[in-house]
Each structure stands twice: as structure tokens, then as C-alpha cells.
Design a protein around this ligand. Structure first.
Ligand code: 13P
Ligand code: SF4
Length: 314
């Protein structure tokens, strides 16, 4: 089928089956076009909690679909490509993390949402890049904390809050591959451009940035900024929304050595064709045991409730 036909068929099946399509900003443009909600991890988790649809189709990576299932055990949760994983989630295996946690018995565990359900079940509180700093700041100053799995985000939060959280040694291979040199090179070519960066990048990259924030925070910054040019140091899927919201502004994607733009190969595993088959066949489905759902749900709900109290989400 042609793209246009596929899109029409997806929208028709979605209506017939009372399904909702949640899409992350890093998805292919054509997937973002048929999604009911496009957002960052925090907004999508909130949308997953709010939905009344019978079927949730999560166009993102596996931990995101798992989070939707944890919040909706009674609903069917589907993902177009079940092998779409996240390097950061994979950098924190549950058995090794359980041992690490046991070495710090007086610490609470805050985990970035980019982790498996098993890691969530071992955590006290989940955070996203959109709320991490404020959540950590809202905790008592003497609270000892383990932060997992992203050492770059954890290091950034430590510097921002003056805390000394113990960090798990994990990274996103996509963001961590960026170098300060590649950004400075683009800055030389476009001296007027502001550099906007995701906190999953390493400290040297963050240091040469004008703005650091989650995908949603970057979008807000760009829309409000008087600048006309931006160097974007995150996954290039976000450029679709940036360009749509700001047709008068120019964006330069930072490249890595192996890639002309910055792409998360796992995010791009979901295609329009796979999405069509997924909604038609209601497969592949994301399932978790009732016990795992119960354990992993508490820290996610705590995050959503705290984010609401802090006015970060409605
Ligand atoms: P956001 O929390 O900004 O959506 O980031 C998710 C992600 O996977 C970043 O790589
Ligand atoms: Fe995971 Fe990195 Fe891809 Fe985000 S960009 S989903 S953190 S591998």
C-alpha cells in the first residue's frame, strides 16, 4: 500500500477499534502525523494514564509501552515493533542493579523512566528529563539517593541541585556519542545559532549549550526565543515538530561520526506499515505479570502525583 492509503487505513481501524495512538517526538514524521498525541516521555505517560480507549498503540520504544501497560493493566497495549528497545534501558540489568542497590541500603532509588519494568519495580520514584530536577529538589536535602540508569542526566541533576546522588553507570549510546567539538564546529558555521541540548548528553556537550532540557522544554524554549537559528543536540525526529511550530526558524542537527544526523535506530524501527499491521492484527502486545505491574506502578504514580502537585503537568 502507498503511504496515503496506509494512513487512511490506520485512521479507520483506529476509530473502529476505539484505539489511541501515542507517539514519541523521535518517531518517523509519518507516524507523528497519524498519532493522537505526540509528546515527550512525561506527557505520554500522563496521556496513557488518562486514556479511556480500549487499545493503546505506543509508537516509541519498549520501556514506554511497558509504562503504558503498567498504568493500564486492563487495556491492550501494542507496539508496532516489539524489538524497539532503548540502549539506556539495556545499560541497567535488573540483577546487577539489585546488587548495587543492596550496597546502599539507606538510599532511596530514583530511576529515569528510560528503564525496564524490573528496574522500576526496584525504584522508589520514577522521573523523566522533564521533571527530574524539580522532583529531586522537592526531597529533603539530607535524603540519600541512588540515581539510575543515566549517569549523564544524574550528573547534570547533581550539578543543578548541589546533591551528591550515587549514579548508576549507564548512558544512551545515541546522545552520549555527541561531542562538544561537533557542536562548536556548527557554532562556527552559524555563530548566531543557539544550542539546545538534551540532558542525556555528556557534561562537555552540556557545557557548550545555551539551553538544556527535555524534548518538550526545548520546544517551548525555541518557540519563545527571539533567535532565528538553532543547533539541535538531540534525536533528529524532534525537528519535525520544531519546524511545524516554527516555520520561520532554521534548525541544524548535530551529527556524530557515523551519521549525518542524530537518529535513534530503535525509535525508527516503527514504520507506517508495521503500525498498520499492529492495529489490524492487534499484535505485538506488551504484557507483564500482575506482580510486576503492582511493584512497578507505585513509583510511576508517585512521579505523576508529585509532578501534578508541583504544577509540571495538569
Ligand atoms: P524525553 O523525556 O525528553 O521524552 O526523552 C526520552 C528519550 O528517550 C530521550 O532520548
Ligand atoms: Fe533510548 Fe537514547 Fe533512543 Fe532515547 S534516544 S530511546 S534514551 S536509545
Amino acid at each position: 500500500m502507498e503511504k496515503k492509503e496506509l494512513k487512511e487505513a490506520i485512521l479507520k481501524l483506529k476509530k473502529e477499534k476505539n484505539a489511541v495512538i501515542l507517539g514519541h517526538y523521535y518517531q518517523r514524521d509519518e507516524i507523528q502525523e497519524v498519532s493522537d498525541y505526540i509528546g515527550d516521555s512525561l506527557a505520554l505517560a500522563q496521556e496513557a494514564r488518562r486514556t479511556t480507549c480500549d487499545i493503546i498503540i505506543f509508537c516509541g520504544v519498549h520501556f514506554m509501552a511497558e509504562t503504558a501497560k503498567i498504568l493500564n493493566p486492563e487495556r491492550k497495549v501494542l507496539i508496532p515493533d516489539i524489538t524497539a528497545n532503548c540502549s539506556l534501558a539495556k545499560s541497567c540489568p535488573a540483577d546487577a542493579f539489585a546488587k548495587f542497590k543492596a550496597q546502599h541500603p539507606d538510599h532511596m532509588v530514583i530511576s529515569y523512566i528510560n528503564c525496564s519494568a524490573e528496574i522500576k519495580a526496584l525504584s522508589d520514584l520514577i522521573c523523566t528529563s522533564g521533571n527530574a530536577e524539580k522532583l529531586v529538589n522537592s526531597l529533603p536535602k539530607d535524603q540519600k539517593i541512588i540515581f539510575a540508569p543515566d549517569k549523564n542526566l544524574g550528573g547534570y541533576i547533581n550539578r543543578q541541585t548541589g546533591r551528591d546522588m550515587v549514579l548508576w553507570d549507564g548512558t544512551c549510546t545515541v546522545h552520549d556519542a555527541l561531542t562538544a567539538e561537533s557542536i562548536l564546529k556548527l557554532k562556527l558555521e552559524h555563530p548566531q545559532a543557539k544550542v539546545v541540548t538534551h540532558p542525556e548528553c555528556n557534561a562537555a556537550v552540556l557545557q557548550v549549550s545555551d539551553f538544556i532540557g527535555s524534548t518538550k522544554a526545548m520546544l517551548n524554549y525555541i518557540s519563545k526565543s527571539d533567535s532565528k537559528e538553532f543547533v539541535v543536540a538531540t534525536e533528529s525526529g524532534i525537528l519535525f515538530e520544531m519546524r511545524q511550530n516554527n516555520p520561520d526558524k532554521i534548525f541544524y542537527s548535530v551529527s556524530t561520526e557515523g551519521c549525518a544526523c542524530l537518529e535513534c535506530a530503535d525509535m525508527k524501527l516503527n514504520t507506517l506499515e508495521k503500525l498498520y499491521n499492529c492495529i489490524k492484527d492487534e499484535l505485538p502486545e506488551v504484557n507483564l505479570s500482575a506482580e510486576m505491574i503492582e511493584k512497578a506502578k507505585a513509583p510511576i504514580v508517585r512521579m505523576l502525583d508529585m509532578s501534578q502537585q508541583l504544577g509540571l503537568i495538569k
